[in-house]
Structure formats: structure tokens, C-alpha cells
Write a protein that binds this ligand. Structure first.
Ligand code: UD1
Ligand code: CA
Length: 449
């Protein structure tokens, strides 16, 4: 039997933020989401989050997680006090308790599996993860013999100078025999620099207490301030880029690009410098993205080129060319082989295959049939100040330069709109529509003196 408890009640004073620390974003997810994800495949019988500071907000952010229990710790009197809150909900539980710090988000699932395995085969009362750090500042120091038996953990601020030179640190990840832990939890005292109940003090009361040292110290990075948040972000980004380079993506300047966990690339994609992928993206084979593009929640087909552009909540079919300097806003849906050029904004609009919107346009709340050619500077005037209205343009129609289509409006197929037209009425298929002032020419005109 396995129960998992994640400590997430602390305020995170050192973040200097209105947001509770465990809700700080890291690589597109919150810290606590990442911690929970690291034990997804362990299939624990119980999964408990200990909440306190801004508890409602933390619970709210995880309301979509089935089976997750919340236990309130009020006030927050230290990590030992946090785990004391489990005495009641786990009164009948018999098995191992895995305790994870809500601010240690880079842990690999495999490492947790190794910890559980060692704990179970050794029969220890507690097994904790440790690491050797070149700079152990801030972490609790672990005192252990050469057989891996732990005698004590002393917090950085409670250490004397000689203890502080010990660079074996406590990662904040523990596997306890719950029955044995439950017996000693009530004995914790606040006899330390912070006047809190420390979970780490149970280690000296349990026997045998063992530790498992991780190979990759990056995994156990704890986040207490924004510097550590940025360092962890760098680790996540490096992991993601390396993964995708191994999968066959070319990054011209990897360090200048950022990725999200849920971005998937096809084969032979080239990502040029300064590109950022957020949210859930699929990028087809043979695409060339960038330089300088932001892609968020986009589905992009094969062989698409996107240059200096922003694509958000949009679908771009194969063979499209976007940019430079285009913005595809939410609800843009481009069929195969469309071209969207410079200084063009598209929102909540579908373009069937082969459309061209090459220069200086706004297309909003519109449906364009196949092969529509939108002339430079054509604008759909979709907003009357209160409501948004639709523009529909049939296949193979074209607008001249600098047209305004005042919605709601329907243009049929094969329509031609003369340059400079402002249209307010529907146009049937096959027609030429002109909506502009007649040109006046006064010959031999003398300007006033
Ligand atoms: C803790 C460990 C330290 C270890 C480090 C690893 C203790 C006493 N110290 O120190 O040995 O090296 O983690 O990162 O455990 N929390 C609660 N309730 C509380 C206090 C904290 O739920 O009353 C939660 C926090 O939200 C956080 C976690 O426990 O997720 C750790 O708390 P934090 O104050 O960051 O502990 P550290 O000082 O980093
Ligand atoms: Ca911490």
C-alpha cells in the first residue's frame, strides 16, 4: 500500500509574490502540478495535498485532478506539523508514505521508483533522497555513515560552522513506514531557530533511517526564490530541447528557444533562433519555424513556414507560409497552401485552401472560400461598437487594395472588388463591385493665391 503526501501549505515568503509558491509557473505548469505528475504512474492508493496558505486558490487550481484529497494545515507551523495533519485521515492506513515537497519540481519518476524500491528491500523505517551539492546553502544537512544510515538532519540555519561544511543535503523527498512515522510524529518539538515542527527531526527518532543519493543533483533543486525558479526553468528547457534534438529537430540556436512539455514536432523541423512554443502544439514534418516566432496551442501541418510571427489557438494546414510579422489570433483556421503575409492579423476566421492575404490586412469573424485573394490593406469591419458581425467571401474572389468590407456582408464566388471600395451590401457571384467616390479631374486648375 502506498500513500503520497505533497507538502504545499507554505507561503513561500522568499518568492515575494501574491501567488502561493506552489502555484508559480514552471515550464508551462505550476510547481505542484509538476510534483504531482512525477508520481502519476505509481498508482498510489491515496494521494493527499496538504494545503494552508491560500488553500482555496491551490485547491481550485487542481480541481480537475480526480482522486486527489486535500488536507488543511492551519496555521503553517512547519513541515513536521504539516505531516501531523495526516494522523487523522491516515488513521487506518497501513503501508508506505511517500512525502514530496511541493517546491521540488524536477524530480524524475524513475528516481522515486528507485527510492521506493530501496526502501522496501532494505526494510528501513524511512529512506530519504540526498544529493551532494557544491553549494549546499539553504538546505538541511544530512549526517550519515558510510553504510547509508542517517543519524540526523540539521537545517542550514541551525548548523554550526563545521556542520555547515557538510555538503550532503536533504532533498525533501522521503519514504516512511507510515505506522512507525505516526508513532513519532506527536513527539516533535519546536526547539529550533524557526520555532517550527520539523519533519526532518523524525529521522533521528526512526531506525533504521537510510538515504539514497541521486546522481543528477538538478533533480532535487528546491525552489525558494525567483533565482531558483529561473534555474529550474533553465533545466527544464534544456531537457526539452535535448529530447527534441534527439528526436530529429534542428535548433539553429537552441539556447534562445523555449518549449513546453506538450509541444510535439514531426521529422526534419528546423527551429530558427528566438522561437517560443507554449501550451499544446503539434508541428508537422519539414516545417521551418522562425526566427522570432511565438507558437501557442497551435496545430501546424507539414511543410509550413512561419517567420517572425505570432500564432495562438490556431490551425495552420500543410504548405502554408506565414509572415513575416503576421498574427494569427484564436480561432484562425487556415486551409492548405494559404499565404498570410506581413502586417496581417487574422482572428476567428477560416480560410479555405489557397487563400492569399499578403499585406496589411485585418480579417476577423470571416469565412473565405478557396483561393480568395485579399488585396493589400483590405479590412473586414466586423465590429459596430456593440456586436461582432460575419464576413463571408466565396471561392476565387478578390478584393483590390484598401477595401473595407462592412459586416455583416456576403460576397459570392468569383467576385471582384475594385480598389478603395467600402462595401456595405452583399455582392452576388461573378459581379464586379465598386464602392468608391468617382474621380474628379479639373484640367488646367490654378491653385488659389
Ligand atoms: C526543507 C527541509 C530541508 C530540505 C529542503 C529541500 C524541513 C524542516 N526542511 O526546507 O531539510 O533540505 O526542504 O528543499 O523540512 N510546508 C508546508 N507547511 C509548513 C511549512 C512548509 O506545507 O508549515 C511546505 C511548503 O509549502 C514547501 C515544503 O513544505 O512545499 C518545504 O517547505 P520550505 O519552507 O520550503 O522548507 P525548506 O526551508 O526549503
Ligand atoms: Ca523549500
Amino acid at each position: 500500500m502506498l500513500a503520497v503526501a505533497v507538502l504545499a501549505a507554505g507561503k513561500g515568503t522568499r518568492m515575494k509574490s501574491d501567488l502561493p509558491k506552489v502555484l508559480q509557473p514552471l515550464g508551462g505548469a505550476t510547481l505542484v502540478e509538476r510534483v504531482l505528475a512525477s508520481c502519476n504512474n505509481l498508482a498510489p492508493q491515496r494521494q493527499i495535498l496538504i494545503v494552508g496558505h491560500q488553500a482555496e486558490r491551490v485547491e481550485q487550481s487542481l480541481s480537475h485532478k480526480p482522486g486527489l484529497e486535500f488536507v488543511l494545515q492551519q496555521p503553517q507551523n512547519g513541515t513536521g506539523h504539516a505531516v501531523q495533519q495526516l494522523l487523522e485521515p491516515l488513521a487506518d492506513f497501513d503501508g508506505d508514505l511517500l512525502v514530496l515537497n511541493g517546491d521540488v519540481p524536477l524530480l524524475r519518476e524513475q528516481t522515486i521508483t528507485n527510492l521506493l524500491e530501496q526502501h522496501r528491500t532494505s526494510g528501513a523505517a524511512v529512506t530519504l533522497l540526498t544529493a551532494r551539492l557544491s553549494d549546499p546553502t539553504g538546505y538541511g544537512r544530512v549526517f550519515a555513515d558510510h553504510e547509508g544510515k542517517v543519524s540526523a538532519i540539521v537545517e542550514h540555519r541551525d548548523c554550526d560552522d563545521s556542520q555547515r561544511s557538510n555538503n550532503l543535503i536533504n532533498a525533501g523527498i522521503y519514504c516512511f513506514n507510515w505506522r512507525q512515522l505516526a508513532a513519532v510524529l506527536p513527539k516533535l518539538s519546536t526547539n529550533n531557530d524557526q520555532g517550527e515542527l520539523y519533519l526532518t527531526d523524525t529521522v533521528g527518532m526512526l531506525s533504521p533511517a537510510m538515504h539514497l543519493e541521486v546522481d543528477d543533483a538538478d533533480e532535487i533543486n528546491g525552489i525558494n526564490d525567483r533565482l531558483q525558479l529561473a534555474q529550474c526553468e533553465a533545466v527544464i528547457q534544456e531537457r526539452l530541447r535535448q529530447h527534441w534534438m534527439r528526436e530529429g529537430v534542428t535548433f539553429v540556436d537552441p539556447g534562445s528557444c523555449t518549449l513546453s512539455d506538450d509541444t510535439r514536432f514531426g521529422r526534419d523541423v528546423v527551429v530558427e533562433p528566438q522561437c517560443h512554443f507554449r501550451g499544446v502544439n503539434t508541428i508537422g514534418d519539414g516545417c521551418r519555424i522562425g526566427p522570432g516566432s511565438l507558437i501557442e496551442n497551435a496545430r501546424i501541418g507539414d511543410g509550413v513556414e512561419i517567420l517572425y510571427s505570432v500564432v495562438r489557438d490556431a490551425v495552420v494546414a500543410s504548405g502554408c507560409a506565414i509572415g513575416p510579422y503576421a498574427q494569427l489570433r484564436p480561432g484562425s483556421d487556415l486551409g492548405e497552401g494559404c499565404r498570410v503575409g506581413n502586417f496581417v492579423e487574422i482572428k476567428q476566421s477560416s480560410l479555405a485552401a489557397g487563400c492569399k492575404v499578403n499585406h496589411l490586412s485585418y480579417i476577423g469573424d470571416a469565412a473565405l472560400g478557396a483561393n480568395v485573394n485579399v488585396g493589400a490593406g483590405t479590412i473586414t469591419a466586423n465590429y459596430d461598437g456593440v456586436n461582432k458581425h460575419r464576413t463571408v467571401i466565396g471561392h476565387d474572389s478578390k478584393t483590390g487594395a484598401n477595401c473595407v468590407l462592412v459586416a455583416p456582408i456576403n460576397l459570392g464566388a468569383n467576385v471582384t472588388v475594385g480598389a478603395g471600395s467600402t462595401l456595405t451590401k452583399d455582392v452576388p457571384s461573378g459581379a464586379l463591385a465598386l464602392g468608391r467616390a468617382k474621380q474628379l479631374v479639373k484640367e488646367n486648375w490654378q491653385p488659389p493665391r
